[in-house]
Design a protein around this ligand. Structure first.
Ligand code: DQA
Length: 147
């Protein structure tokens, strides 16, 4: 049983990038947190990060067949990417969107998500602990749906 963790643009700079908003933990810490959380529930995790929209679309498409569900932080593409939304719509496995910061308390342009309407759920504003919550929520959905 496998989950896919996808992180979008600039999240490779986590820890160095705007620590007041995103904290001091690194992407490696995030991957470890998701892997440990999933492992305790009997799942393996494949982690992927890209700064390129098309690569992220490829990863979403590729998940179907291999993974039981996806945890995704689409980062800035959250607010703009019709291509990533269409990719999520095209697959049948559950996808959980996560944001480290509380996007709703920030600039207006961060309030809207292109992907949220086609995701199974969304976690926002809990720092990197949101990745743990998203993992547990995703596994619950997978098991409730009998996948
Ligand atoms: C983010 C929020 C986005 O608005 C921003 O572009 C990011 C990170 C978050 O995790 O809080 O890159 O997705």
């Amino acid at each position: 049983k496998r989950l896919l963790l996808i992180n979008g643009p600039n999240l490779n700079m986590l820890g160095k990038r705007e620590p007041d908003k995103y904290g001091r933990h690194t992407l490696q810490d995030v991957v470890r947190l998701v892997k440990d959380t999933a492992w305790e529930q009997g799942y393996e995790v494949e982690a992927y990060q890209s700064n390129h929209e098309g690569d992220l679309v490829d990863q979403i498409q590729r998940a179907e067949g291999g993974a039981a569900g996806i945890i995704i932080n689409p980062a800035a593409y959250t607010h703009s990417s019709i291509a990533m939304r269409d990719a999520v719509s095209a697959i049948s496995i559950p996808v959980i969107e996560i944001h480290i910061s509380n996007v709703h308390s920030r600039e207006e342009f961060r309030h809207h998500s292109m992907l949220a309407p086609v995701c199974a759920g969304q976690i926002v504003g809990f720092g990197i602990d949101g990745y743990r919550l998203a993992t547990l929520g995703l596994i619950k959905k997978i098991e409730d749906e009998g996948r």
